[in-house]
Design a protein. Structure first.
Length: 205
């Protein structure tokens, strides 16, 4: 299988939340999965194209939140509470975008079908389950961000760091589960397809 861009994704998410710290000091129903059988090549292209779009969504959100919380942007604000309000709104918007982007990815994975390999059904099911877990993680982080206090800089920072820590742990756990998919690819057809697909190679850069 291809390598998940864990470090890129985790870095985007954690840096966005940690940007908030520096300032201060699947709800949705699961889509029906397609039962069609597709070639390993087509499955790899669908998965990696979807994941690539998802990663780009997170990167774009990260760029926006860091711009919102840049020294130049914050220099126009009057007091600590106003700054914390801006930070809370920015990180909340980022998390909402991340959750929406994950929903889009889940829909794409549901339509990707089942790879034509001996354990293709298990691979597709486990991959979707993993991203449902990511969706839940991001939604929990969104609610936690909404609950951050806006009247105490230290409490705000402590809360934001907890959000960042939960994201880091969640992506570490997901990466470990993703690596286990290799065990469901005994003839390595999927591994070869993912390695040959340009959209998958781009994710590893």
């Amino acid at each position: 299988m291809c390598r998940m861009p864990k470090h890129r994704v985790r870095r985007v998410l954690t840096l966005s939340v940690l940007a908030v710290c520096s300032v201060a000091l699947l709800g949705a129903g699961s889509p029906a999965r397609s039962t069609k059988t597709v070639s390993p090549k087509k499955y790899a292209r669908s998965v990696c194209t979807g994941v690539g779009t998802w990663v780009q969504t997170l990167q774009d959100g990260s760029t926006r939140i860091q711009a919102d919380l840049s020294p130049a942007a914050l220099g126009t604000l009057a007091d600590t509470k106003t700054i914390l309000d801006r930070a809370k709104t920015s990180v909340g918007s980022f998390m909402e975008s991340a959750v929406a982007g994950t929903d889009t990815l889940l829909n794409r994975l549901a339509r990707a079908g089942t790879p034509d390999t001996p354990k293709g059904k298990k691979v597709a099911k486990k991959l979707v389950a993993g991203f449902r877990g990511i969706r839940s993680l991001l939604d929990d982080a969104r609610h936690a961000a909404q609950a951050l206090p806006d009247n105490d800089a230290q409490a705000f920072t402590d809360g934001a760091q907890k959000v960042s820590g939960s994201i880091t742990k969640g992506f570490d756990d997901f990466s470990a589960a993703f690596k286990s998919l290799d065990k469901l690819d005994p003839n390595h057809k999927l591994r070869k397809a993912f390695r040959a697909e340009p959209a998958c190679r781009a994710l590893s850069q």
